[in-house]
Each structure stands twice: as C-alpha cells, then as structure tokens.
Write a protein that binds this ligand. Sequence first.
Ligand code: ADP
Length: 525
Amino acid sequence: MADRMGGTMASEAKNGRAILALDQGTTSARAIVFAADGAVLALAQREIGLTFPQAGWVEQDPLEIWTAQRATAAEALQDSGVAIADVAAIGITNQRETTIVWDRATSLPIAPAIVWQDRRTAERCEELRRAGHEALVRRKTGLVLDPYFSATKIRWLLDAVPGARERAARGELAFGTVDSWLAWQLSGGRLHITDATNASRTLLYDLRAGDWDDELLALFDVPRALLPAVCDTCGVVGQTDAAVFGAPLPLAAMVGDQQAALFGQACTARGMTKVTYGTGCFLLLNTGEEPVESQSGLLSTVALQRGGRRTYALEGSVFIGGAAIQWLRDGLGIIAEARDSAALAARVPASDGVYFVPALAGLGAPYWEPRARGAILGLTRGTTAAHIARATLEGIAFQVADLLGAVAGDAGVTPADVRADGGASHNDLLLQFQADVLGVPVTRAAQTESTALGAALLAGLAVGLWKDERQTADLWRAERTFAPDPVADREALLAGWRAAVACVRDLAGRTEPPAARRRAGEQGR
Ligand code: ADP
C-alpha cells in the first residue's frame, strides 16, 4: 500500500514519531499513519453511506461517521505497528459544510447530518437573496448565498426537530461541521471546537475578523449558544480521551479537505495553486494574508490559521470533473473503468473539433448557470468513441482553465505552475492537455493523498515534529511535470471551447426556468 501512495515500505516511524491523519470524506472515512519523512506506514478505509430521503436531500448518519472513523484509526494504527506512545499527534481533515447538531448531555445527534450536497434550503437562500442580503454575506464571509453552506442547514434543523430551537437557546445542543463532531467524540465531549478553515464555510464567520459574526447569526437565525469555539487550524487544541485509543493523544490540526490538500501540496506562498481532480474539481489559489473579494462569483476562504494568524485562498470548483468519466463508463458504456479513458482517448491524435461541455449538473464558476445541461458538439460521421473520450478529458481541463483564469484575474497573480492531485490526476493525457490549455506546467505530486498528508503535516508542525513550513514543504515531491506543448495553439483551443459553452448557455436561456416547470407540474397533479 505504501508504495502506491508514494512512500516506501522501508520507512518507519523515525525516532518513534508518527502522525495519525483522519480523513473524513463524503463517501468514506480513512485513517493514514505517516512517518516523519512523510511516508505512509498504513492506511485503512471504510465506506460511509449516504441517503436521499427526498429529491435534493442528502443525509448521513453522524454515528456511522464517528464509528467508521474510529475503526479506521484503530486499524491503521495496528497495521502500522506504531505503538500509541509513538504517535506524536492526530490531525483531522474533513468534508466541509456538512451540518450536525447534537445533544451535549448524551453526545447523540438530534437528526441525521445534512450533507453539503443537500439542496433543501434552496428556497430559503433565494428568499434571503431577494431580500437583498447577498452583498453583506459576500463581503463578510467570502461565500455566496447557497444551500451548500451550513447556516441555512442549521436553521432548518432547529425548525424541523421539535423543541430544538428552545433547547439550543438553553445551551443544551451543539452544532458542528464534521471536524467539530469528531473532536467532540474523540475528546469524550470535552472539546467543542472548529478550526478557522471549517468555520469559514458556514456563512456565520467573518473572514477578516476571524470569528462568528452577530449580524450573520441574526440573519440566519442561529443562536450563538450552539456554536463551537473557533481555533487554529494548526495547533494543539486538546487531548483525545484515553478510552478512545488507550492513551490520550494531542489533537493538533483540524482542516477542511481542500485547504488540507493546498497545504499537502506545499502551496504555502501567495500565488501557489493546486487542483484536485476528483468527482468534481477544486482549484485553490493561495492569496496570502489578505482575503480577496472575487469579481467572478468564486469563493474566498481561510487557507490556514496558525498562532492566530490567517492566510487565505480563492476557491473555484466545477461540479463535474472525474464524474464525466464515470458518465462515459455508466451512461455511455464506452469504457469499463475510469482509467480506460486514457487508452481510448489516445487512439486519436486530437478531438478533431469535438467539444464536450460536461455541464451534467449545471454550469458552476465562472458561468453560474444552474439550468445548463451538458452537450457534445462538433460531431461528424467520422466521430468515434475515442474522440468523445478525448473531448471529455479536454472538457475537464477546459473547465479548470476557466477557473484558473477567473481566480488569477481576481487575485491579480498568474501562478507559475499548478500542482495536481486526486483520482483523475493519474490520467497523463488529461494533465498534458491541462498544461497545454493553461500555458503553465502542471505537476503531479508523488503523494496524491495530499488531503491526508496536509492534515498530518499541520499536526506534526504543531507538535514540533517538523520545525517550520519550509521543512514540511521539503517533504513534497513531484512525481511528474507536464510542460505545455510549445506548438499547442492555446488561443484556438480556448476559442472553440468558449463557443461550445456559449451554445450551452444559449440553450439554457431558452429552457423554461425551474420554478415555472415546478408550477406546471403541480397543476398537473
Ligand atoms: P473523490 O475524492 O471525489 O471521490 P477521487 O479523487 O477518488 O474522487 O477520484 C475519483 C474520480 O476520478 C472518479 O470520478 C473517476 O471517474 C476519476 N478517475 C479515476 N481514475 C481516472 C483516470 N485514470 N482517468 C480519468 N479519470 C479517472
């Protein structure tokens, strides 16, 4: 396992020091034990179920999250052969925004977790937007008024669960994102905390002040008594309960998954950028000590807080990244496995004027057209599955190029290169094309588990396993750099893409708005 992860099996917890990273993702809990040289000593993983009780609703069982996370931690520790006394610290990284409310006395959730993907509060967000609150929210939080973030989910829970609002006001309940929930459970209910990166995804946190904001709390109708204390991303915040691992361990880092990946990719200086190619694609550009207000509808977020000092990032995401490859597999059936996309695409030297705009779940940044649908354009009788596979990989890269253009414009910096990770970053053709359309080199990290690595590095930094950020950055290794092809006609490629996106947007503009469709549906019933 360690070899595949870019580490070496020969590595040991040098000087008896290792870090346990808990990586709580949307579909799985993972635990990885890292040695002081950054090598992976052991990894354990368990799937976590998602339920979809109604259209647009996505829920998880908070107890399943905790149980799975705890089990993977025990398994990874056991497999690593590292004694508990040799674990220097624990770092947590997590799916962000997912909302849990629990009873402080029993540590039991009052309802299922509302997962970040859940859209049930879309109407509430729309109401707030119509009432003119968007500008305030953007300015203070760096986010947009969207059901994605925690605030409207918290209010929904308080309204839906009988007695919850009264109990919250009396201080009997606690809210937390998944980092908070795990810290609570790990500490046996002694720690009710969240770190600044996670707090900055709630819509309740003032980015510049670095704390919960009364005006936002009032706007979203969330009582302060419910909220965790905001702590450093990197810093010892407490100890785990001895009962959990047999001995107390310092909890030394908590960090949202994308910010963890940014740190794991050693993007610690202003302008440095990483892209994670997973189901969706997430681009984060480090903007240094000042948050940047985006002019393109992108998000401004905390990258890291250490010793009370924050650095910030601009974040852009596309909903459909690797998911487009899944669609080739499951929807079209032209590949058996995601990785076959590379061989199929390589059968043709170019996509030959075929463009795939993978707007399978609407168009996100920088277009923001939720009605958009995907399209494959430029077909001829000579078009084959290979052209479509190639156009799909190119479509992923074009979307990322749009994000980078927007982010770089907002921040006023052009990154010298881009660091890639995530499942689809294993695709050479994708990364080569990415470099060609960006006109900057794209480097795949040796350790593509940059999320867990980031949490481990932050935890190790907090307990002095590594001296400073230069030392943690030194552990980062490039696996391969894709230099832009000097003969690639970047402008021509981008012009074709933009024309294809224009078609998709035009078509979306001609379709009935969702509200009208819904009303029509209701009349029909
Ligand atoms: P997540 O963390 O979002 O679940 P991963 O980082 O595990 O995602 O990446 C999985 C995604 O990457 C899937 O959508 C899959 O289709 C895609 N993928 C995996 N391997 C390849 C590959 N070799 N080429 C293209 N896409 C790939």
